[in-house]
Design a protein around this ligand. Sequence first.
Ligand SMILES: [Zn+2]
Length: 261
Amino acid sequence: MIEHNNNGLRYYTFESFPAHYVEHGLYTRLGGQSQGPYQALNLGGTVGDRPEDVLANHQRLFESFGRPFESRFDVWQVHGKTMLTADQPRPQNQKHQPADGIFTDNPEVTLLMRFADCVPLVYYDPIKRVVGLVHAGWQGTLQQVAAEGVRLLQEKYNSNPKDVIVGIGPSICGECYQVREDVYQQFLSAFGQDAEEFFTRRESGLYLDLWAANIYTLKQAGVRQIENADLCTAEHVDEWYSYRKEKGVTGRFGVVIALKA
Ligand SMILES: [Zn+2]
């Protein structure tokens, strides 16, 4: 990933996304006004942080990103596999709809999602000119939400999976993500024996590699161009929020993407 700094904010971009055609940013927690465990650029409105700080952080992010705050389309992320298309920005008075994937071909829309260990999947189809974001925690990964994103691109925008570029953003790695035995059983039911490759057993317990599972799912769906940031949130809480490492009391960092007009 490429590092960018402006207005006291730091964000990263994937190298495989052409900056002439698409703008995106994986915003670190640096440069916001939230305090305590939410320090500093927390975008999560339901994590116990002060609402006025969260709103100010959203505005700061959009200022840094160089797009109007009113262009925002975000959703209530619920660990499911519902995909939405955002043909217009979300009206300010409209409630968040529950979904874990959002896509648009309208350059006036800026897609935004929030993360703290769950896997950010960032989609771009340079041929059909569509962008998207998908949220994949262990439950979404189990439900192969990454492939739902590809399916939506095919059905709604006529995309060819071979053209689609997917970036895997900062999230908890397979060395850090300890899970219960029943999670393993559920993955075996969903993926068959191939699920073995996503898990490691150590003396301290069982660990799940969410990146491997999502890459497997994307490849099965026909995606060939995948860039993994290879960056673990739990090991870098100086820059990212980690729900697991920070024991549930923490903020959410933002990932944004938009087409250039
Ligand atoms: Zn890690």
